[in-house]
Design a protein around this ligand. Structure first.
Ligand code: ATP
Ligand code: MG
Length: 201
């Protein structure tokens, strides 16, 4: 934990979170433990540029599910920076906004699953994102975890308990009338039902 005058250590867990699931939560928890983070801020995307081909649930629903899922963990918070910024979400903007919000005496750790890490070089201003945060790539079933394509010393790789869960699969399950209990937090199961999300996916 950061004492007075020490650098605060903050993890950033970006995602569409449509819906947030236990794979996201375990990844954040493991990285928080490994890097002695004071906080992990979950940042639901605004309009995700990589998912333009499919409808994404309303930002407010994804934001509220993320709040519900993280509410019981005192070190987990949720930021609205991406959903309140008009236009598509780019990690470079997320990092600049959070850097401005947290100030200079904060070390930022950007957490990504193996699939997202593999695509980083396709991100807008990818060279600059590495200057704004240390990157932490976490294992994800079905994807190879490698930082060979990324600049040296900018990325750490972390093995997390394998959770073969994806939001895509959760949406398909709901659409097919199958359960998502224990794949997502209980409150998120209930929120999906209350708002009739994914019924027609
Ligand atoms: P979708 O199927 O809609 O793409 P998703 O399950 O991949 O959803 P995202 O919101 O796209 O979830 O992912 C946000 C971040 O969490 C990404 O960095 C992704 O790699 C990571 N992530 C998602 N699921 C897992 C998992 N089961 N284990 C580890 N990391 C994960
Ligand atoms: Mg994904």
């Amino acid at each position: 934990m950061a004492e007075d005058g020490e650098v605060r250590r903050v993890g950033i867990m970006g995602g569409t979170f449509d819906p947030v699931h236990h794979g996201h939560l375990v990844a954040a928890s493991e990285v928080a433990d490994r890097f002695a983070l004071d906080e992990v801020v979950f940042v639901p995307t605004g309009q995700p540029w990589q998912k333009a081909g499919r409808p994404v649930s309303a930002a407010e629903d994804r934001y509220l599910m993320t709040v519900i899922a993280t509410a019981s963990n005192p070190r987990f918070t949720v930021s609205r920076v991406d959903i309140d910024r008009p236009g598509p979400t780019y990690a470079i903007d997320t990092l600049r906004d959070l850097r401005a919000a947290y100030g200079g005496r904060t070390a930022l750790y950007f957490i990504t699953g193996a699939d997202a890490l593999g695509r980083i070089l396709s991100w807008k201003d990818s060279a600059q994102v590495f200057a704004l945060a240390h990157f932490v790539g976490v294992t994800r079933p079905g994807f190879a975890l490698s930082a060979a394509h990324l600049p040296a010393d900018t990325v750490s790789l972390v093995q997390v308990p394998a959770m073969a869960i994806s939001s895509s699969d959760c949406r398909a399950r709901v659409a097919a009338g199958q359960p998502v209990w224990y794949l997502v937090p209980d409150g998120v199961v209930q929120y999906i039902a209350k708002r009739s999300l994914y019924a027609g996916v």
